[in-house]
Design a protein around this ligand. Structure first.
Ligand SMILES: NC(=O)c1ccc[n+]([C@@H]2O[C@H](COP(=O)([O-])OP(=O)(O)OC[C@H]3O[C@@H](n4cnc5c(N)ncnc54)[C@H](OP(=O)(O)O)[C@@H]3O)[C@@H](O)[C@H]2O)c1
Length: 337
């Protein structure tokens, strides 16, 4: 039987995530019949190469999704809020990178290695699938096998998030402040300090980014009461986020069993040899779709406590690659159209 090919729209195609969507779609040889690249008025007419062919960027409007099968959104929550339902109403399967729909009860939030089963149309979710927050994605991949085998009791995250997580504006502010110029995007010169503030401040003393990690972890693990807390910090690193994860497990464990469990899990590479300076670093993860896990050790401060450190490319596994992996899974199941 001939393989199905799809009409694919990329919304935010001129952005950091959008550009990486195109790279990953090409690398994965995703079956594309027609490709439409969409962005704001600012990018009208801009030319982008994809698989040796030049495409002209079109301005997003209500008719952009006519005849399309799949829409990959990465143009921010305000754009998704208006246009993702329009795309869905035109028969498109939508995979959305923004935070717009992640907590909607009628929309699935998916990391394929963790909960691909939530994409089953029988469950009755809308045809808008949300892609989780970048730091949550790289954390939940190692947490899932730990939850399955030992039971998670409590999780505490501390993130070290790269400036590419803020899009082009973040990268430009790092470059500017590295040259000694004033900051124009972050509240402080990111070249000279870590900034413990990502996304807006909430009334409970957390930032929105921190509460995304709490709520998305609970939703994907189907553990609404799981104890989770997070501190999210922007650091002067260009690309690849790091997350330190402190876990309390229900059952006792042996460190060697944990190392093997994680090393055998899909999408994880364990790099864990401290004495030889081997642990996850951005130089390993930049440009690929894997989650690197290391510094695996007992938390000496509590019973059944475990400490981990993960690093992953936030634009790839944290955004574009995870979305393409969802699309590939949907294609394999015959659920795109
Ligand atoms: N960076 C990350 O690590 C990361 C990770 C996960 C999720 N995300 C999410 O992905 C989205 C994009 O992030 P990014 O880092 O790629 O940002 P970016 O580099 O600033 O790109 C933003 C993209 O959105 C387009 N856009 C903005 N306003 C638009 C409008 N009104 N209509 C149509 N297109 C519009 C821009 O088009 P123009 O060039 O024409 O302005 C551009 O293509 C955000 O929702 C972000 O939260 C980012």
């Amino acid at each position: 039987m001939e393989k199905k090919k799809y009409n694919v729209a990329v919304v935010g195609a001129t952005g950091l995530v959008g550009g990486t969507f195109l790279k990953v779609l090409a690398e994965e040889k995703f079956p594309i019949n027609k490709l439409v690249l969409l962005a704001s008025e600012k990018s009208k007419g801009k030319k982008i190469m994809f698989e040796g062919k030049e495409y002209e960027v079109q301005v997003l409007d209500e008719n952009s999704f006519d005849g399309m099968d799949l829409a990959l959104f990465s143009a921010g929550a305000s754009v998704s809020k208006i246009y993702a339902p329009i795309a869905e109403s035109k028969g498109c399967l939508v995979i959305d990178n923004s935070s717009c729909f992640r907590q909607d009860a009628d929309k699935a939030l998916i990391v394929p290695e963790v909960n691909a089963f939530d994409a089953d149309p029988k469950l009755g979710y809308a045809r808008i699938i949300a892609n989780p927050n970048c730091s949550t994605i790289q954390s939940i991949v190692p947490l899932k096998p730990l939850d399955d085998k030992y039971g998670l009791k409590r999780v505490v995250y501390t993130t070290y998030q790269a400036v590419s997580g803020s899009g082009m504006k973040g990268i430009l502010d790092l470059e500017k402040t590295l040259r000694g110029e004033e900051n124009t995007f972050y509240p402080y010169k990111i070249a000279e300090t870590c900034i413990p503030e990502i996304d807006v401040a909430l009334d409970n003393g957390y930032t929105k980014e921190e509460m995304k990690m709490v709520n998305e972890t609970r939703k994907m693990l189907h553990r609404p009461d799981l104890k989770v807390a997070a501190t999210c910090v922007r650091v002067p690193v260009r690309n690849s986020h790091a997350v330190s994860i402190q876990v309390e497990l229900e059952k006792p464990f042996e460190i060697e069993d944990v190392r093997k469990l994680l090393a055998d899990y899909e999408g994880i590479v364990v790099v864990d040899d401290l004495k030889n300076h081997k642990y996850p670093v951005a130089q390993l993860s930049n440009g690929n779709n894997l989650v690197y896990v290391g510094r695996i050790r007992r938390d000496l401060s509590c019973d059944n406590g475990l400490l981990l450190y993960t690093v992953s490319d936030n634009i790839r596994k944290g955004a574009a690659s995870n979305a393409v992996q969802i699309a590939e899974y949907m294609d394999k199941q015959g659920w795109i159209k």
